[in-house]
Ligand binder design. Structure first.
Ligand SMILES: [Zn+2]
Length: 403
């Protein structure tokens, strides 16, 4: 209970931009005495600092506000995408200090991937002046499905031959850091709650556009993980019951219809047939491979009719599933993020917003908000570092600072 209350208090301080002890007590229902005791320990440990310059006065005597001491520790985040590795060091406020990317080594040997990960972690740590003793741990965001108890990725669809890989242990062995593993969409949702569009929002759903379409749920301020820790697979909701078969066993899944290769295939099909002119036509004739997901998004973002039509159709499918999510869990906000919607964020948010205004059953009670992630392509990597802060904030940091 002590640790729980401590996390509740830290959470309030982290979410507010300056908050007094009295306000913490009012917002959490804890007694002023217990708030004051917890805050005293957090101050002693250096996790929290008092901001005397920004006292809030409410009639009586001025109250000192409390803030997170951002430099007291840091965490490393690593996003493992089958195409690209992204690594970041973040401070205690979830702000990235350094972000670096490199291509995921080709081939299917997990040990090559783990060595590349380890090199990248060493590079980002070398670029910051954070002493190793202040690094709380490493958060690893990977494509699902994962077995979190065993620290394994289980048969991820984009990685042939990766049946059960104990990535958590392998990475911990080579880096010497404690590793927290989660799926990329849940990590991104945690990052969004920490320092993005989901700050202070009690209930939101997150659609993550990476190599596939993942989902994360924050319900009553908590990450909702489900019984096997694989909740929020919005990408495998069926949009077209008679649609193409998906590798998951279902038909017409959202992910099957709007993943990057499906979008590229559809644009190529249209470019190969008769169409009314597109900035992509000429490059396609020269080299079809040039017309990839990124160039299609750039073209659609600039208003190219062919590319925009394909993206808008994908956005309509996303909107349908967003309506289902709204009906199922009645969230306050839907956030769209990840590198897969870069340059076309508003095409997706417009489609989802218009569906949420007209189709959920409870729309006459309130209209659910939509936002694109301010963390953009860094959502998963910031989120993976935030996983560490989330999980180990209290006990580990106290132990470190007590040394
Ligand atoms: Zn599926």
């Amino acid at each position: 209970m002590g640790r729980y209350n401590r996390a509740v208090v830290l959470d309030q301080i982290q979410l507010a931009d300056g908050i007094s002890r009295v306000e913490i007590a009012q917002r959490t229902g804890l007694t002023p005495q217990s708030v004051s005791g917890i805050v005293r320990r957090l101050l002693d440990e250096g996790i929290v600092r008092e901001d005397h310059a920004n006292r809030v006065s409410s009639g009586g005597k001025p109250r000192t506000t409390l803030r997170i001491n951002a430099d007291a520790g840091s965490a490393v985040g690593l996003h493992f995408d089958p195409v690209e590795l992204t690594c970041a060091v973040v401070d205690l406020l979830g702000r990235p200090l350094v972000v670096k990317r490199r291509p995921t080594p080709p081939g299917t040997d997990p040990s090559h991937v783990v060595s590349a990960m380890s090199e990248l972690v060493a590079e980002v740590l070398a670029e910051t002046d954070v002493p190793r003793s202040r690094v709380l741990g490493l958060g690893l965001a990977t494509p699902g499905p994962i077995d979190q108890d065993l620290g394994m990725i289980v048969a991820p669809p984009q990685l042939a031959n990766w049946t059960r890989v104990p990535l958590q242990r392998m990475l911990s062995d080579v880096t010497g850091l404690p590793v927290t593993l989660d799926n990329d969409a849940t990590a991104a949702a945690v990052g969004e709650r920490w320092s993005g569009a989901g700050r202070g929002v009690a209930n939101f759903a997150y659609f993550f556009f990476g190599t596939g379409i993942g989902g994360g749920l924050i319900l009553n301020h908590q990450v909702y993980r489900g019984g096997s820790l694989n909740a929020g697979e919005f990408g495998h909701s069926s949009v077209l019951p008679d649609g193409p078969e998906c590798y998951c066993g279902n038909r017409g899944c959202l992910e099957r219809l709007v993943n990057p290769s499906a979008i590229v295939a559809e644009v190529h099909r249209r470019l190969a047939g008769e169409h009314d002119g597109s900035v992509l036509s000429e490059p396609f004739e020269r080299d079809p491979a040039w017309v990839d997901h990124a160039s299609i998004r750039v073209a659609a973002g600039a208003g190219d009719p062919l590319a925009a039509e394909v993206i808008d159709r994908a956005a309509e499918h996303v909107a349908s599933i967003a309506v289902s999510v709204a009906n199922f869990v009645d969230v306050d906000l839907i956030v769209l993020g990840g590198h897969g919607i870069q340059h076309v964020e508003t095409r997706y948010t417009d489609a989802v917003a218009s569906a949420l205004a007209t189709r959920p059953l409870a729309r006459h009670i309130r209209i659910i908000d939509v936002a694109s992630s301010p963390l953009g392509a860094d959502a998963a990597v910031v989120g993976s570092a935030a996983l560490v802060l989330h999980a180990t904030y209290s006990p580990q940091l106290s132990a470190l600072l007590a040394d």
